[in-house]
Design a protein around this ligand. Structure first.
Ligand code: THG
Length: 612
């Protein structure tokens, strides 16, 4: 089933997934022979080989209960987990067997008026890439092998589930994208994250940040949450998803919070209670796909089947739910909208080896922790996002970016803008960033060359991107030329590379205003007017300026005044984001009349006297 097919099913039907696999399996297989030996006891995934009747019985029990979808017994079947049992080299075979068992069993229950589907389960493994337990590439390769096995074994869709670290999720999604690109059958993909009892993912991620990070992935059709808690504890996050997610919502709770009874997790939520909450989430909130996680039995799941059969999604859920998604970026912890009211979104400029003496010195001393401190300082100064640039002549930018990004990912709570002209640096950064980044930047200096290298990376890792209005003839100086370049980039980025209007952030270029150079007399005005034109033509797109460039060459206090006034008028014209020194921006009322007047003359070329 493709993503499109899944979406069309959800227009007329609430889909019901099965219940707990792990706990149910333990009831089917209990002696070492079933598991294939003492050493393998507890490796549920090996039962697909050693005792296929065990997973088959579990699937049957849920199919009898009336579910639409059964999950393969492959939750821990990546080589990463299997190698803990000495089975690392058998991952493909085990996943394929898991898929074949589930597909064979499900097809026995399929009838003309009740199709049954199989979802290939891809769990979180036992390693957290954001904590450095494993690198992105080996994790992606392990997921890829799993996806190959599941797709070759016949699954209808894939579910990347029980996600704890968004970098895990991104590795799994990159793996699945590569499978499809290499010609494997394209199937629908569901992503389901786990929100712990403390209210975030294990890595500290809020639901809003997770949605922001996963939303840009075209291959993901449905997004939601499973495990960790019962349905009651999920209420606020489900409400958030139903009000904000452009993708249909998936919910698969445990049978309540686990209680430790003699060293074993026991789940006490009754089928009545599960039915009460899930009915509410489907009919009042608009959840589209439901199922049960740990501790849910066929008795629980038959109640979900009852809910689904009594509900018409066209009136309330997938078809009828209204939501309001705000284009955003995110760190591993939280998200920031690309447009704030009041504007602008403030992008801290100081983590830039070419824009801050202090940051440069920290980089040269390889004081990576000091660099993190400078990032944190900017957060206190009022920045919402940080521009990060470690390019420095004579140094290895890839290596520096890797060292810096490993730390910034978990130690700085603000979303990052990856500022580099090297696509290799950009990719190494994106691979180590759990949130949704902004790539700074693309342009048309060499025609489509740079877009060709950078935009596929933005798609692969779900990033937004800044587009500078520069083409083969150089930096655009007039409003019309700036607009023309923006339009060209818009058409190619969307038409050829599959970006969306809201993923693009146009930079109409900030020239130095105080130079007295004739050629740049109208530079400020043209930059500001181009913002107005772009926002009018592409209302879902965003705009940005590196404001401090405007005042190069002036003394410090004049710089702060000119930057602040320039920012004021750019915002008035529709500017969404500004790269600035957050601490040095003043509201207009704090600037004396003469300072405002001289700034305006420079910006709008109204000068009544000559500057030097
Ligand atoms: N557009 C986009 N990205 C950009 C820019 C842009 N990135 C870099 C730059 N321009 C924006 N960032 C800065 C950062 C610092 C300064 C100017 C722009 C700056 N720094 C002081 C100086 O050089 O005098 C030094 C401050 C210090 O040492 O602490 O002015 O336009 N997309």
């Amino acid at each position: 089933m493709t993503g499109k097919e899944l979406l069309s099913i959800l227009r007329y039907k609430i889909l019901v997934f099965d219940g707990a696999t792990g706990t149910s399996l333990q009831n089917q297989a209990s002696n070492p022979e079933d598991f294939g030996g003492e050493d393998l006891v507890g490796c549920n995934e090996y039962l697909n080989i050693s005792c296929p009747s065990a997973p088959e019985k579990v699937h049957r029990s849920f199919l009898e209960a009336g579910v639409d979808v059964v999950e393969t017994n492959s939750f821990g079947a990546t080589s990463i987990v299997l190698s803990e049992y000495g089975l690392g080299d058998r991952a493909y075979e085990i996943n394929r067997a898991a898929a074949e068992i589930a597909c064979r069993t499900a097809s026995g229950y399929t009838t003309a008026d009740h199709l049954r589907y199989v979802a290939g389960s891809m769990g979180p493994t036992t390693k957290l890439p954001s904590l450095g337990h494993i690198e992105f590439d080996p994790m992606k390769e392990a997921y890829k092998e799993q996806a190959f096995g599941l797709i070759d074994g016949g699954v209808d869709l894939l579910i990347v589930e029980t996600c704890q670290d968004l970098l895990q999720t991104k590795a799994a999604l990159a793996a699945i994208q590569e499978c499809f690109a290499e010609g494997r059958r394209e199937v629908a993909v569901i992503v389901s994250i786990t929100i712990e009892t403390m209210g975030t993912m294990l890595m500290g991620t809020e639901m809003s940040a997770a949605l922001t990070t996963i939303e840009p992935y075209d291959i993901v059709t449905v997004f939601g949450m499973n495990c960790a808690t019962g349905p009651k504890e999920m209420e606020e996050n489900i409400r958030y998803l139903c009000e904000n997610s452009p993708k249909p919502v998936f919910v698969m709770p445990n049978a309540g919070l686990p209680e430790n009874v003699g060293g074993k997790a026991c789940y006490h939520l009754t089928p009545d209670e599960l039915e009460f909450w899930m009915h509410r989430y489907v009919t009042e909130f608009g959840v589209s796909v439901i199922g049960g996680c740990c501790g849910t039995t066929p008795e629980h799941i038959s109640r979900l089947v009852r809910i689904a059969s009594a509900v018409d999604p066209g009136s309330i859920a997938a078809g009828g739910r209204s939501y309001d998604y705000t284009p955003s970026v995110s760190s591993i912890y939280s998200n920031v909208a690309l447009h704030l009211d009041p504007p602008p979104v403030i992008v801290g400029e100081r983590c830039n080896a070419n824009g801050s003496k202090k940051f440069k010195e920290l980089l040269l001393a390889e004081d990576y922790d000091g660099m993190v401190q400078l990032g944190k300082e900017q957060m206190k100064e009022g920045a919402h996002i940080l521009d990060l640039c470690v390019a420095y002549v004579g140094r290895d930018e890839v290596r520096d970016m890797i060292e810096v990004m490993k730390r910034f990912n978990t130690q700085v709570a603000l979303p990052l803008m990856i500022d580099s002209t090297e696509h290799r640096v950009i990719e190494e950064a994106l691979k180590r960033y759990a949130g949704r980044a902004i790539v700074n930047s693309i342009n048309m200096e060499d025609g489509e060359e740079r877009m060709k290298k950078v935009l596929p990376l933005c798609k692969k890792y779900g990033a937004a991107v800044i587009a500078l209005t520069i083409d083969e003839t150089g930096m655009a100086k007039t409003r019309d030329k700036k607009f023309d370049v923006a339009k060209r980039i818009h058409d190619i980025a969307i038409g050829t590379y599959g970006m969306r209007e809201e993923d693009l952030i146009y930079d109409t270029l900030t020239f130095t205003l105080g130079s007295g150079d004739e050629e740049f007399r109208k530079a400020g005005l043209e930059t500001i007017e181009a913002i107005r034109m772009i926002k009018a033509a592409f209302p879902r797109s965003h705009t940005l300026l590196g404001v401090s460039n405007a005042s190069f060459g002036l003394n410090q206090s004049a710089r702060h005044v000119l930057n602040s006034v320039f920012l004021h008028y750019a915002v008035e014209a529709g500017l969404d984001l500004a790269i600035v020194n957050a601490q040095k921006i003043m509201p207009l009322y704090k600037i004396d009349e003469r300072g405002r007047e001289i700034s305006r003359e420079l910006i709008f070329d109204e000068r009544k006297f000559e500057t030097v």
